[in-house]
Design a binder for this molecule. Structure first.
Ligand SMILES: NC(=O)c1ccc[n+]([C@@H]2O[C@H](COP(=O)([O-])OP(=O)(O)OC[C@H]3O[C@@H](n4cnc5c(N)ncnc54)[C@H](O)[C@@H]3O)[C@@H](O)[C@H]2O)c1
Length: 259
């Protein structure tokens, strides 16, 4: 599905980014695994060990020079760039609206929204002249409706949805596609505290019960959608924020009917 595609994945050191990197390589992509941490090295090493093609690159996605750096690294290593998955993100910590500080907002939006903007801006410098390119971003169901994160986190993800919709029109007729995935609850490094708390209480079986699949998701279930959207198989999908959430966002508030 991604044979010989040169792809950057940010947040590749853990969770959704790691699973997507592994899957993309198994579908034939050359993957530049970008992360702030040495998780990038671990993911790239796992891919190479499995016979795939990957390189690790450490960068902070919120810093413009480092974004230019990771895009340059992809082109230096593989000769071109065909796709980018701007996935790195932070939870913001879940403070209430009255506790949040301006610094909290700047930190959360700096990674989740400005980081995505910078990935879009600098990948387009290559995608527009070459007349093709797939941009994918991780938003969240928190960017669609309330109750899936703090105010800063939710606003940062609503911003990602808006970047995708607006950029799709600003790149009118260019051959570039841009989309987002809105994951529901997925077991990753980011959600570990939630899972740890539930397991400590013995209520693990309650996690994810509010969606009609009646369970939480796995990182690879986002990764499969990500690989599809990065591939030419998604050639007519553009400007969309696609929920991958077990059906959570399909409903109005709902109570399971008691019998
Ligand atoms: N897990 C969920 O339930 C869920 C739901 C909706 C959306 N998301 C989104 O999915 C994306 C991936 O998160 P995850 O759940 O896999 O979490 P995770 O914590 O397992 O992975 C996030 C990765 O991003 C990296 N990262 C964080 N800040 C960075 C920065 N400034 N520069 C470079 N790398 C940075 C981290 O080091 C980590 O490896 C995030 O954007 C998150 O908001 C997650």
């Amino acid at each position: 599905m991604l044979k010989n595609k040169n792809i950057v994945v940010t947040g590749a050191g853990s969770g959704i980014g790691q699973a997507t990197s592994l899957l993309a390589a198994s579908y034939g992509a050359n993957v530049l695994c970008v992360d702030l941490t040495d998780g990038a090295d671990t993911t790239a090493a796992q891919i190479v060990q499995a016979g795939g093609s990957a390189l690790a690159h450490r960068a902070n996605v919120a810093e413009e020079s480092e974004v230019e750096g990771y895009i340059g690294a992809c082109i230096n290593a593989y000769g071109s760039i065909d796709g980018i998955y701007a996935n790195a993100g932070v939870s913001g910590g879940g403070k209430s609206v009255t506790e949040l500080t301006v610094e909290d907002w700047q930190r959360t939006l700096g990674v989740n929204t400005v980081g995505v903007f910078l990935a879009v801006k600098h990948s387009l410098k290559h995608f527009l002249p070459q007349g093709h390119g797939a941009i994918l971003c991780t938003a969240s169901v928190a960017g669609l409706r309330a109750n899936a994160g703090g105010v800063d986190y939710s606003a940062s993800k609503a911003g990602v949805v808006s970047i995708v919709q607006t950029t799709a029109y600003q790149t009118y007729g260019s051959g570039v596609r841009i989309n987002a995935i809105c994951p529901g609850l997925i077991e990753t490094g980011m959600t570990k505290p939630t899972f740890d708390r539930a397991r400590a209480r013995g209520s693990e079986d309650k996690i994810g019960q509010i969606n009609p699949m009646k369970r939480f998701g796995q990182p690879s279930e986002i990764g499969e959608m990500a690989c599809f959207l990065l591939s030419d198989r998604a050639s007519y999908v553009n400007g969309q924020a696609v929920p991958v959430d077990g059906g959570l966002s399909a409903s109005h508030p709902w109570v399971y009917p008691r019998t």
